[in-house]
Design a protein around this ligand. Structure first.
Ligand SMILES: [Fe+2]
Ligand SMILES: [Fe+2]
Length: 238
């Protein structure tokens, strides 16, 4: 069993150019409570989509204590982030009532990222004989990619929150995601062997999809910034 199977991918993502790009994005978002509220609501939506996917894909005969805990952890992440978003929104005059696109920052793009990743995992598993094994492998491959991203994302976010003196922390989430990453590493290898079929392809696709999601976030900030500065987009271009 290779305990560091997924951890190595977290380290590679930390060195990827998208990490600098994320920091630059966060440094534009965090000082603006209205944008930040919507951004945190996007994160809450992604955690919620994760829960929904687990509820749909995991069969009762495969669900154990760790599986149930994983579900609950992600639901708690969604709730914590939703509460943080609501508090920020109260300060920034934004509405984050639902997970609708307008209540989030690029929330539809975030969900599209997740759905496309799931479809890519499904593709990687085409030809797997039993439906039951395929559903479980699909859950593991998608979750592995998501947990790798979570462990690349949340520590950077926490560091930028501290740098800006933000009133909340995501360090408890990072601790859970670290445990999930380890679990996915073990389960993937137990079900699919030491070099899990499809894993590299799914991780490569995730990197691509994540880049697209960052671009959508950048566009959402651009769209929001001129109004905040009291300018029209046309005046800003001129
Ligand atoms: Fe989570
Ligand atoms: Fe997780």
């Amino acid at each position: 069993m290779d305990a560091l199977l997924l951890k190595r991918h977290v380290d590679a993502r930390a060195r990827h150019a998208d990490t600098r790009r994320l920091e630059a994005l966060l440094d534009r978002i965090i000082p603006r409570p209205d944008l930040h509220a919507r951004f945190v609501n996007t994160l809450a939506r992604l955690e919620y989509v994760g829960v929904r996917k687990m509820l749909k894909s995991r069969r009762a005969e495969r669900l154990d204590l760790d599986g149930l805990q994983h579900l609950l952890d992600e639901a708690v992440h969604a709730l914590r982030l939703k509460k943080a978003a609501t508090a920020l929104a109260a300060a920034g005059g934004a509405a984050v009532t639902t997970f609708a696109d307008g209540d989030t920052l690029a929330g539809d793009a975030g969900e599209a990222y997740f759905q496309a990743l799931d479809r890519r995992a499904e593709l990687a598993l085409a030809g797997t004989d039993s439906d039951n094994a395929r559903a479980e492998a699909n859950y593991l491959l998608t979750s592995a990619a998501i947990e790798v991203r979570a462990q690349a994302f949340y520590p950077v976010y926490e560091q930028r929150l501290r740098a800006h003196g933000a009133p909340f922390s995501v360090s408890a989430i990072t601790k859970d995601e670290d445990r999930h990453l380890q679990e996915m590493s073990e389960r993937l290898q137990a079900l699919l062997g030491p070099a899990p079929r499809g894993l590299d392809g799914v991780l490569a696709e995730e990197e691509l999809l994540y880049g697209r999601f960052l671009a959508a976030l950048e566009a959402a900030i651009e769209a929001a910034e001129p109004a905040a500065a009291g300018e029209t987009p046309a005046a800003r271009v001129a």
